[in-house]
Write a new protein. Structure first.
Length: 375
C-alpha cells in the first residue's frame, strides 16, 4: 500500500488508545508503519534490482524483529537526548511499550502490503516466496477517507494547520478523481466535504470521544478489508467456473481490484496457452467476462524461428542481469521474441501490469541480442 495509508493506520491505532501506553507512542507507530519501505534505497542499484530486492528482507518477520529494535533504540535515544532535555519534568518514553508498538506498526505494514497484487515475502531472508492476497488496490481512497476523516475529527487544529489539512484533502481529492472517474470521485468528495463540515461544527472532542471516533474508523477499515478479502475469494471462484466452462485448464487466477471501485476487478486467467484477460463486475450481468482473443502467450516466437535456436535466445535473454531480477519478482511472466536487424529483440513482461505501460520497471524489460550472443 502507499505510505499515506500506512501512516494513517499507525496514527489511527495511536488515537484508538495506544497513545496512552507511553509518550511518543504516535511517533513510534507512524515511523514503524513506514519503516519497512527503507528498502526503497535499493533503487540506487537500478529499478530492476529494486524489484527483486524490495518487499523482502525488511518486510519479512525476521526483518521486523530487527527493525523493531532499531526503531526502539532510535525513539528512546531521541527522547533522552532531545525531548527530556527540553522538558526535564516530562514522563520518559517506556522502552518496553515503544518496542511493542514498533512491532505493531511494522506488522501493519507487511500485512497491508500482503493484501495487494504486488506481493510481499514474509519469510525472507530464509525463503524467497512471494505471497499475494489480491484484495486491495495499492492506493485505496476509501481507506484514506475513513481513517483520514477520523483523524481530522480527532485533531484540534489551529487556523494554519486547518488550512494545510484542507489543502491536503483537495490534493487527495484531485488524485481520487484522476483514478476513480466522475461518479466515484464525486462520492468521495461528498464524503470528504461532509467530514470537513462536521469537523468545523463539532469543534474539539475530548479524549474519550476522540478514542471512540478512532476505534470506529479503525473497525470500519478492518471490516472493509475483510469484506474485500471475502469478495476476492468469491470472485476467484466465479472466474474459475467461467474459465472451466470454456474448456480451459486453469493454472492460476488473478482478480485485481480496480482503483477506487470495489465493485469491479481486472482478471487474468493463466492457462497452458497463456494469460486470458477479462473483468469481474459485481453489478454486471454476467459478472465474469473473458476475452480469449486478447490472450497473451506465455512464449511468442516467430513461426520461422527454429525451436532449438528459439530456446537458446529465450535462455540467453532470461539470463540477462536485469531480466533475471525482473523474473525473480514476476508472478505472471511472458516472453515475446521478435527479429531485430542482425539479431532479436526479446520482450519480457508480467501480465499483471500489461494495462499499465506507464508503470516503469513493472511494465517489463526488453533485451537486445545479436547472433553472436546466442552461438
Amino acid at each position: 500500500m502507499d505510505n499515506l495509508t500506512h501512516s494513517l493506520v499507525g496514527a489511527a491505532i495511536a488515537k484508538s488508545g495506544a497513545e496512552r501506553a507511553t509518550p511518543l507512542a504516535t511517533t513510534t507507530l507512524v515511523v514503524a508503519a513506514n519503516a519497512p519501505d527503507v528498502d526503497v534505497l535499493s533503487m540506487v542499484n537500478g529499478s530492476y534490482f529494486a524489484l527483486a530486492f524490495r518487499r523482502g528482507v525488511t518486510h519479512g518477520f525476521p526483518g521486523i524483529a530487527v527493525l523493531a529494535l532499531v526503531i526502539t533504540a532510535g525513539v528512546i535515544g531521541w527522547d533522552r537526548m532531545f525531548r527530556l532535555k527540553r522538558r526535564p519534568d516530562a514522563i520518559p518514553a517506556r522502552p518496553v511499550a515503544v518496542l511493542g508498538l514498533s512491532v505493531v506498526g511494522l506488522m501493519t505494514h507487511s500485512m497491508l502490503d500482503w493484501l495487494g497484487v504486488y506481493g510481499v515475502r514474509l519469510a525472507m531472508p530464509f525463503q524467497d516466496l512471494w505471497k499475494y492476497r489480491d484484495a486491495l488496490f495499492i492506493i485505496d481512497p476509501w481507506i484514506w477517507l475513513v481513517l483520514g476523516g477520523a483523524l481530522y475529527l480527532c485533531t484540534d487544529f489551529g487556523t494554519r494547520a486547518r488550512r494545510m489539512a484542507t489543502a491536503a484533502a483537495i490534493v487527495a481529492g484531485a488524485l481520487v478523481f484522476l483514478g476513480m472517474g466522475l461518479v466515484g470521485g464525486a462520492v468521495w468528495a461528498c464524503g470528504a466535504l461532509a467530514l470537513g463540515v462536521t469537523g468545523r461544527n463539532v469543534g474539539h472532542l475530548d479524549e474519550r470521544r476522540q478514542r471512540g471516533v478512532a476505534i470506529a474508523a479503525t473497525g470500519a477499515t478492518v471490516l472493509y478489508i475483510l469484506t474485500m478479502i471475502t469478495a476476492d475469494d468469491r470472485a476467484r471462484a466465479e472466474v474459475v467456473d467461467a474459465a472451466e466452462a470454456e474448456g480451459w485448464t486453469v493454472e492460476d487466477v488473478l482478480v485485481s481490484p480496480r482503483r477506487g471501485n470495489p465493485f469491479a476487478a481486472d482478471v487474468e486467467v493463466r492457462t497452458e496457452a497463456g494469460y486470458v484477460p477479462g473483468e469481474h463486475r459485481w453489478l454486471g450481468s454476467p459478472r465474469v467476462v473473458l476475452f480469449p482473443t486478447a490472450t497473451v502467450p506465455l512464449l511468442d516466437v516467430p513461426a520461422t524461428l527454429d525451436s532449438e535456436l528459439a530456446d537458446r535466445i529465450v535462455a540467453r535473454a532470461h539470463a540477462d542481469r536485469d531480466a533475471a531480477y525482473f523474473l525473480r519478482w514476476s508472478r505472471h511472466p511472458w516472453t515475446r521474441v521478435e527479429e531485430s536487424g542482425e539479431g532479436w529483440s526479446v520482450r519480457i513482461g508480467d501480465a499483471r501490469y500489461d494495462d499499465f505501460p506507464e508503470s516503469g520497471a513493472l511494465a517489463g524489460i526488453t533485451v537486445e541480442l545479436t547472433r553472436d550472443d546466442v552461438r
